[in-house]
Design a binder for this molecule. Structure first.
Ligand code: ADP
Ligand code: MG
Length: 290
């Protein structure tokens, strides 16, 4: 028995039967032109089933944001395919992406919360806008906006404020509420808690746990395994643009297979596992740099 008890109810939530909301197959992404281009992702395959939370873990520069951007159609795949909600979106142009985003199938919370929110929109407008775009009547949109503000534990007093008038933690919660307010099938959150102090981090992770149970699938991106291990059903580990390990949160934390994953587990103090003490960690580092 370790200190980590990820999702005691995982086994009861049968994600296996439903068709995936996200299916990435053999995805390559390159930045730069022709012969000077470099792979940011290579041969990545990953699927996410409805309602599932997948933690996407990797060090800075491993390709996490690139993967999210590719799923959102913000960078182009140079090989492989991406299906969102059963629809093959690989090679979709800007217009088809706009239509897909308007339907609200997939939402994105940017790494920088200021980018997820329009600085000129009040909290209320930020939350009602995606609903109004979908044709939800104004009164109902306002009601749902307030309900979501409550779900992310913010007071209605904030409705008239601009993003610049909020603390970092409040801003991130508004960004989370905005991404979830239309009830999308899939939300990608890029380092949603990295910029937050530890009290806010715990609260936002708790909020995400609650929201997950509303049936929306989440991809929770983080460089820190410890902060998402308790929230995710499965963990996928990116290392230098390749997915080196995918498994249930419990298996990845208790029995990491790849040396890089063992290093991550060993350096996440909150996980309290015996996997890697200091010497072992040094040995793993040496192995990885070779
Ligand atoms: P992460 O989110 O895991 O930190 P990124 O997906 O941002 O990683 O970056 C993966 C790799 O791609 C890094 O080597 C990074 O320098 C490179 N990269 C990211 N964005 C661009 C870009 N717009 N142009 C060129 N290279 C980029
Ligand atoms: Mg990133």
């Amino acid at each position: 028995m370790t200190a980590l008890s990820p999702r005691a109810d995982t086994a009861r939530r049968d994600h296996g039967a439903a068709a995936p909301v996200l299916e990435i197959d053999g995805l390559d992404v390159r930045y730069g032109r022709a012969r000077r281009s470099r792979h940011a992702l290579r041969g990545v395959s990953l699927s996410v089933t409805p309602g599932e939370t997948v933690g996407l873990i990797g060090e800075t520069g491993s390709g996490k944001s690139t993967l999210a951007r590719a799923v959102l159609g913000l960078v182009e795949a140079s090989a492989g395919s991406i299906r969102v909600g059963g629809e093959d979106v690989t090679g979709y142009g800007a217009r088809r992406w706009r239509a897909l985003r308007r339907r609200g199938v997939v939402q994105y919370v940017f790494q920088d919360p200021l980018r997820s929110l329009d600085p000129d929109l009040t909290v209320e407008d930020s939350l009602t806008e995606p609903l109004l775009v979908q044709g939800v009547p104004g009164k109902e949109a306002g009601r749902r906006a307030r309900a979501y503000l409550d779900r992310v534990r913010l007071s209605e007093d904030l409705l008239r404020r601009l993003p610049g008038e909020l603390s970092g933690g409040q801003r991130q919660r508004v960004a989370v509420a905005r991404a979830l307010v239309t009830g999308p099938a899939l939300v990608l959150l890029d380092e949603p808690v990295s910029a937050l102090d530890s009290a806010n981090r715990v609260q936002v992770l708790e909020i995400l746990k609650e929201l997950r149970d509303s049936g929306t699938a989440l991809v929770l991106i983080s460089h820190d395994l410890g902060s998402v291990a308790g929230t995710a059903d499965r963990i996928a580990v990116l290392y230098r643009g390749e997915l080196v390990e995918v498994g249930t949160a419990r298996d990845v934390v208790n029995h990491p297979r790849h040396p890089y994953t063992r290093l991550l587990v060993g350096s996440a103090p909150t996980l309290h596992t015996r996997t890697a003490d200091r010497t072992e960690r040094d040995a793993l580092r040496a192995q990885l740099s070779g």
